[in-house]
Design a binder for this molecule. Structure first.
Ligand code: S3P
Length: 425
């Protein structure tokens, strides 16, 4: 699907953003491990989470839809050998977390994915899982991967990467391993697994960037999922950079390990108010009010990077409208996402008219620049590149065309209808 984005006269009104993708993956997978029934309310309908749901069905769970927003996962007694290879689609989270669950089972199975996922690195989870005793057959640590189910032993692992996917993979393997499994990371990555483990009664201890889990049986408790801050990010930046904007985004997850974008945009002089903080299913949520603002450049580096790793493409768009220089460093893992996001963001924002350079581990953006538009954008099979380009298009002098915009369906199928609801033309 190719689309055209026209200049907006401002975003106005209230919206609710669909459910968090990271938390939905975990709710589906952890429910499958309970041996009971779990009601999941307000789950993400993006293609990535649907890949996870299909996999747990293939492993023997029954899924009953109560209505549009609620379903029940009946895990029955245990997960079972699947009838066919498991399709992870475009989803890195499905692949890495399921590998941790499947490595310690008493059956073998095979994981595969689409073209983009088949290029992404799996060594980061295979290496520590092998230290736990896991066995795999693979070609250069890439999908497709055969998992030879075997008994696992806990390890004390010092991760070179701050990665929630690697951490969650090991903690899931640790649930079913003998002894304790400890994972330490250089900076704290998103902690949804830890919070949901606590919520579902696992034996878990957290000490700064170190997490320890012991063999545990997760309890079936109902899970209500908040709005996705990574999806809200596109609307937050759209409102900040489009004159006349004033919006409220309801029920957004503001977990400290995910809300780096709010801290950075506030430091850039963004008018962002966090209203009515509350907790659902062990996660902090709030409503967020955002108004058009005159932004200033900033430096984004170090410990904050994992707290906003998925928001860097849209932060780069914000930086084109910020006075001064914005420097993004320590983000080399962006090259291993759905696309090489450093090169993709530089290439596409340059076409639109931005002053942007790439470095080995980030980007340097000089602003404020008038964006001319009048160009054709590629998405690189990457939902976040597609949505970032769309937001840039809202302030371009001339319309932009975005090719293959359907990639938004990976995380946010409702993006266009919500944008049309609050953007004025
Ligand atoms: C995710 C973790 C992040 C993030 C991804 C979702 C998760 O990856 O980029 O979109 O749900 O655990 P890394 O932990 O590998 O950085």
């Amino acid at each position: 699907m190719n689309i055209t984005v026209n200049k907006s006269n401002g975003l106005k009104g209230n919206i609710e953003i669909p459910a968090d993708k990271s938390i939905t993956h975990r709710a589906f997978m952890f429910a499958a491990l309970t041996k009971g029934k779990v009601k999941v309310s307000n789950f993400s309908k993006g293609a990535d989470c649907m890949s996870t749901l299909k996999i747990i069905q293939n492993l023997g769970c029954d899924i009953e839809y109560l209505n549009e927003k609620e379903l029940i996962i009946n895990a029955k007694n245990a997960i079972n050998k699947p009838q066919s290879p498991l399709d992870c689609g475009n989803s890195g989270t499905t692949t890495r977390l399921m590998t941790g669950i499947l490595a310690g089972q008493n059956f073998n199975c095979k994981l595969f994915g689409d073209q983009s996922l088949s290029k992404r690195p799996m060594k980061r989870v295979i290496t520590p899982l092998e230290l736990m005793g896991a066995k795999f057959i693979h070609n250069d640590y890439k999908l497709p991967i055969e998992i030879i189910g075997t008994k696992l032993n806990g390890i004390d692992y010092n991760s070179p990467l701050a990665s929630a996917q690697v951490k969650s993979c090991l903690l899931l393997a640790g649930l079913n391993a003998e002894g304790k499994t400890t994972f330490t990371e250089p900076y704290k990555s998103r902690n949804h697994t830890e919070l949901m483990f606590e919520y579902m009664g696992a034996k878990i201890q957290i000490d700064g960037n170190k997490v320890t889990v012991s063999k545990s049986q997760l309890k079936p408790v109902d899970i209500n999922i908040c709005g996705d801050i990574s999806s809200a990010a596109f609307f937050i930046v759209a409102a900040l950079i489009t004159p006349n904007s004033d919006i409220i985004i309801k029920n957004v997850g503001i977990n400290e390990t995910r809300s780096g974008i709010i801290d950075v945009l506030k430091a850039m002089n963004g008018s962002i108010e966090i209203l009515d903080k509350r907790i659902i299913s062990n996660e902090e949520i709030a409503d967020i009010r955002v108004k058009y603002s005159e932004l200033r450049g900033t430096t984004i580096e170090g410990a904050i990077i994992p707290r906003l790793i998925d928001e860097i493409p849209i932060l780069a768009v914000a930086a084109t409208q910020a006075k001064g220089t914005t420097i993004i460093k320590d983000a080399q893992d962006l090259r291993n996402k759905e696309a090489d996001r450093i090169t993709a963001v530089k290439t596409e924002l340059r076409k639109i008219g931005a002053n942007i350079e790439e470095t080995p581990d980030g980007l340097v953006i000089k602003g404020k620049t008038d964006l001319a538009g009048n160009c054709e954008i590629e998405c690189y099979h990457d939902h976040r590149i597609a949505m970032s380009a769309y937001v840039a298009g809202l302030i371009c002098k001339k319309p932009i065309k975005i090719n293959e915009f359907q990639w938004v369906d990976i995380s946010f199928p409702e993006f266009l209808s919500l944008m049309n609801k609050i953007s004025t033309y």
